[in-house]
Design a protein around this ligand. Structure first.
Ligand SMILES: [Zn+2]
Length: 87
C-alpha cells in the first residue's frame, strides 16, 4: 500500500524487527512493519518510521544518535531494539 505521503508501506511476516525504513535512489521511501503486531503497535511503528523521514534522518550518518533522538521524540519510546533496527 501507499500512504498519503507517497511512501510504500509493507507488512512483513517473520520480520526480525518491528519496523524499518529505507530510502530509495528515486527519493521515495519504503516502510516495513511486522505483520503480526497489533493494530495499535503497527500505527506506533509506522509513526516512528515516518518520523525518520520527516526529520531527514537519512542525511545523517550517526545511526545511534539518530535512533536516540527518534526514540526521545516517541512518547512511548522503545519501539525497536537499536541493534536490530534497519535503516
Ligand atoms: Zn528508528
Amino acid at each position: 500500500m501507499t500512504d498519503q505521503f507517497g511512501n510504500n508501506v509493507h507488512f512483513i511476516n517473520g520480520f526480525r524487527c518491528k519496523g524499518a525504513v529505507t530510502c530509495n535512489e528515486d527519493g521515495s521511501y519504503d516502510i516495513f512493519i511486522r505483520a503480526d503486531l497489533s493494530h495499535e503497535e503497527k500505527v506506533r511503528v509506522y509513526l516512528h518510521e515516518l518520523s525518520h523521514i520527516m526529520n531527514d534522518d537519512f542525511s545523517k550518518t550517526d545511526v545511534q544518535s539518530v535512533e536516540y533522538e527518534a526514540h526521545k521524540r516517541d512518547k512511548g519510546g522503545g519501539l525497536e531494539d537499536l541493534s536490530t533496527h534497519v535503516d
